[in-house]
Write a protein that binds this ligand. Structure first.
Ligand SMILES: CC(=O)SCCNC(=O)CCNC(=O)[C@H](O)C(C)(C)COP(=O)(O)OP(=O)(O)OC[C@H]1O[C@@H](n2cnc3c(N)ncnc32)[C@H](O)[C@@H]1OP(=O)(O)O
Length: 255
């Protein structure tokens, strides 16, 4: 995020809780970041772009992972994310990340995104997996996370199940790709107004510059996701404009 204004970034202190035994507790892996959405973070609709939000989420989650691992970590995957509301310029986005569970060298980081103001109760919780970088000595064995609060204990249990699903999901997608046949093409021919996929194809070539790199001097995951989101948006808009053109032609024929 080196190319972005820094003065709107607010790293907050993690929450303190009092446990049943009276002990004060705060999760040592918790990282909180607040951002004011400025015009430079918005898309053409003047709403926070998904790519920008992914960058912030990735940076916050990476910091949490590195706090736990005590070394450099890389984003291995990010689970499904559902953007349920739009966030406008001037609103404040709060992002909280904490390590739910460490496995061997990987760990699940839970990320909570909420938006202050209009949608005060709207929150969505995606999960990302970060991996501690290998050293010359080989793969790192992470220390275990000790869940202290009831909510942390629940996330700890669920993290193992989510990891199992994540790894199975990756296998299923690989199997699907290798067994995919041309049957789909003949299915599409049934649609009269089908658009050739080629017409929605967008290719983007990005030169990796210092502002795209993280503190480890490699392109950070959030930046890659932001580029992907950009290309996907243009592709979706192409399909939309092709359809609009098709409808306009249909109407002019009818007139
Ligand atoms: C902070 C940033 O922005 S970093 C920049 C963006 N990220 C990157 O560039 C990452 C590029 N990817 C990589 O370097 C590699 O694919 C890695 C390191 C993530 C994984 O490499 P692999 O050769 O699969 O390593 P390996 O088999 O030892 O697996 C390491 C761990 O990652 C986990 N892992 C690997 N791929 C995935 C995945 N897609 N989803 C979840 N976990 C994964 C494995 O389960 C394993 O966990 P464990 O050690 O707790 O058992």
């Amino acid at each position: 995020m080196a190319n972005e204004p820094r003065d709107n970034v607010l790293l907050e202190e993690p929450c303190m809780f009092i446990l049943e035994n009276g002990e004060m507790y705060r999760n040592p892996t918790e990282v909180k970041m607040s951002q004011i959405v400025l015009p430079c973070h918005a898309n053409y609709c003047e709403e926070l772009s998904a790519g920008q939000l992914l960058k912030w989420m990735d940076s916050t989650a990476c910091l949490s992972a590195e706090r736990h691992a005590g070394c450099s970590c890389i984003t291995a995957s990010v689970d499904d994310i559902h953007f349920e509301t739009t966030i406008g310029v001037g609103q404040v986005v709060n992002i909280t990340a904490k390590v739910n569970r460490g496995f061997t060298s990987s760990m699940e980081v839970g990320i909570l995104v909420s938006c202050e103001d209009l949608f005060s109760n709207r929150q969505w919780p995606p999960f990302a997996t970060f991996v501690a970088r290998r050293t010359e000595a080989g793969k790192l064995q992470l220390k275990q996370v000790i869940p202290r609060m009831q909510a942390e204990q629940m996330e700890y249990s669920l993290a193992a199940e989510r990891r199992r699903m994540r790894l199975i999901h990756a296998e299923i997608i690989n199997d699907l790709l290798s067994s995919c046949s041309c049957q789909i093409v003949s299915e599409c021919l049934d649609y009269r107004d089908a658009v050739p996929a080629e017409q929605t194809r967008v290719e983007s070539v990005e030169l990796v510059l210092p502002p795209h790199a993280n503190h480890q001097v490699s392109t950070f995951g959030g930046q890659i996701m932001a580029w992907m989101e950009n290309v996907a948006t243009i592709s979706a808009r192409l399909l939309f404009s092709i359809h609009n053109m098709f409808l306009t032609q249909q109407f002019s024929i009818l007139e």
